[in-house]
Design a binder for this molecule. Structure first.
Ligand SMILES: Cc1cc2nc3c(=O)[nH]c(=O)nc-3n(C[C@H](O)[C@H](O)[C@H](O)COP(=O)(O)OP(=O)(O)OC[C@H]3O[C@@H](n4cnc5c(N)ncnc54)[C@H](O)[C@@H]3O)c2cc1C
Ligand SMILES: NC(=O)c1ccc[n+]([C@@H]2O[C@H](COP(=O)([O-])OP(=O)(O)OC[C@H]3O[C@@H](n4cnc5c(N)ncnc54)[C@H](OP(=O)(O)O)[C@@H]3O)[C@@H](O)[C@H]2O)c1
Length: 468
């Protein structure tokens, strides 16, 4: 019987329910004769849209409406609270599905590789973000906010998010879906100055225009830029004037110059966000915790390929700080028995087809989308085209007979039941969603998140009992 028909549907497992997983499901379900089961290790779907996007940017999260439409389609099932690689293995999925699409993102962080990086008080931004967004794995995390100065390393949009979150007022936080524990801790925070360190210059910053502009419009924080640090070196100036320059970079520099030109009398808010450039932390010091950060001054050098890199000049300065957040990029982790590129933190692939490193050929029936396919960069929408490209490969393989026909090994629900894995269906998630929203209503907040898996399972189980 032909595979990929209503009588013999192509059954696809998607591992991860972030944007990439949902866009892959949407593209797959456009084709008749395809069924999709989406697995997530958390009881809640949507990945970084729920647990990464900053709580003071609620409009960004409205993309969830599109994912809800996908979830409402016939042929879609959600299995929350199922850890692939733990509760079920890849081999077990491969026995039950014709194709597996990996969409599990990039859950860990890159390191700086400097002395003192592991001192208490030095954290990856990944942990801080997960904590303020109510990720259940980070509900018990603690961040020392008792010192007046915090340092954020990195010049991407995540660095902008964490700097802003440290500078929001209690009143601003109180209207968001920031986790209660974070609202409470940030409300008591003594942090008055947030120093953001960019290793290269203003013309090379990775953040985008609205995100940096927002730092200059904070209710109770000034954004400070030293005019000397926005002066461009000849290479950067030539780059910005050239046709090859990126508009985002040009406008970033204009915004930063405007910040640098602000007169002292226009300042005076309670907090300060200080954007520094050509600065790298070279050592984190302190007796048993972060107390000081030694900063090295960089100069820029053009490489053969045109990339401009930061080179240490040897000049040093030391600043006191009690908290250091390293926002230098997320990193993917390997999954059992799947090929993995350690350097890039991605699954090697060609057009989304997972490649077997030994043979160089395709691992038939295995595909990849999103951050675990291309690395931790790109906004939510970037994952749509990315997922459509991979799904095009899946359907091409289906039509060419390259997808292995397998003996049916029963439904995954039997396996989960055998193992006592308490999974959350989409209806179960919707019950969690409704409960969170109704907890938020009296406080004028979009929702009050549950941060414990046990609580979420309890709410979901009530709904599943009703549905059942
Ligand atoms: C802090 C932060 C803020 C951001 N803010 C914005 C923004 O404002 N606007 C914007 O456009 N973009 C933003 N982005 C970028 C955007 O979030 C990403 O492009 C997008 O989420 C990547 O999608 P993904 O599906 O590949 O990964 P993810 O969103 O990370 O989804 C991966 C999913 O896989 C699940 N998973 C992991 N391991 C397993 C496993 N073993 N078994 C089952 N499930 C597993 C995870 O729980 C998660 O749900 C932000 C990114 C970050 C880090
Ligand atoms: N509002 C939004 O739209 C939003 C919000 C958050 C995230 N996102 C997106 O999510 C993606 C990930 O964001 P991100 O901020 O994690 O990553 P990113 O954009 O790749 O930025 C990483 C930053 O870390 C710096 N860095 C790397 N290694 C370093 C080191 N050893 N020392 C000092 N600095 C170092 C990089 O500098 P170099 O350039 O010198 O390498 C860069 O400035 C991005 O595409 C981002 O746009 C979007």
């Amino acid at each position: 019987m032909t595979l990929g028909t209503t009588d013999n549907p192509l059954r696809v497992a998607i591992v991860g329910s972030g944007p990439a997983g949902f866009y892959a499901a949407e593209a797959l379900l456009k084709r008749e004769g395809v069924e999709v089961d989406v697995f997530d290790r958390l009881p809640t779907p949507y990945g970084l849209v729920r647990l990464g996007v900053a709580p003071d940017h609620p409009k960004i999260k409205s993309v969830i409406r599109i994912y809800e439409k996908t979830a409402a389609q016939p042929g879609f099932r959600f299995f929350g609270n199922v850890n692939v690689g733990g509760d079920v293995s890849i081999a077990e999925l491969a026995e039950r599905y014709h194709a597996v699409v990996y969409a599990y993102g990039a859950e860990t962080d890159r390191h700086l590789g400097i002395p003192g990086e592991d001192l208490p008080g030095s954290h990856p931004a990944t942990a801080f973000v997960a904590w303020y967004n109510g990720h259940p794995d980070y509900a018990g995390a603690e961040f020392d906010l008792s010192h007046e100065r915090a340092v954020v390393v990195g010049n991407g949009n995540v660095a902008m998010d964490v700097a802003r979150m440290l500078a929001l007022t209690q009143e601003e936080l109180a209207t968001t879906d920031t986790a209660d524990h974070a609202i409470e801790a940030l409300g008591r925070s003594n942090v008055r100055e947030i120093v953001v360190l960019g290793r290269r210059g203003p013309a090379q910053a990775a953040f985008t225009n609205p995100e940096v502009k927002e730092l200059g419009e904070m209710v109770d924080a000034d954004c400070i830029v030293d005019p000397a640090e926005v002066e461009l070196d000849p290479t950067s100036a030539a780059y910005l004037e050239s046709e090859a320059s990126d508009k985002t970079h040009r406008v970033n520099v204009d915004i930063l110059r405007e910040f640098a030109s602000r007169q002292p009398e226009s300042l005076g808010k309670r907090k300060r966000i200080v954007l520094r450039f050509l600065c790298s932390p070279v050592e984190i010091q302190g007796e048993g915790k972060v107390e000081r950060v030694v900063i090295g001054r960089n100069r820029l050098e053009a490489e053969h390929d045109g990339r401009i890199r930061a080179v240490d000049t040897g000049e040093r300065e030391t600043i006191e700080a009690g908290l250091l957040l390293r926002s230098v990029g997320y990193k993917g982790v390997p999954l059992e028995n799947l090929p993995f590129d350690e350097g890039r933190g991605t699954i090697p692939n060609e057009n989304g087809r997972v490649l077997d490193p030994e043979t160089g050929g395709q691992m038939a029936g295995h595909y990849v989308v999103g951050w675990i396919k291309r690395g931790p960069s790109g906004v939510i929408g970037t994952n749509k085209k990315d997922a459509q490209d991979t799904v095009a490969s899946v359907l091409e393989d289906l039509d060419a007979g390259r997808i292995p026909q397998r003996e049916a090994r029963g439904d995954v629900t039997d396996l989960l039941a055998e193992r006592d894995v308490e999974f959350v269906s989409f209806a179960g998630w919707q019950a969690i969603d409704r409960a969170e929203v109704s907890r938020g209503e009296p406080q004028g907040r979009p929702r009050v998140k549950f941060t414990s898996v046990a609580e979420m399972l309890e709410v979901a189980a009530r709904e599943d009992a009703v549905v059942g």
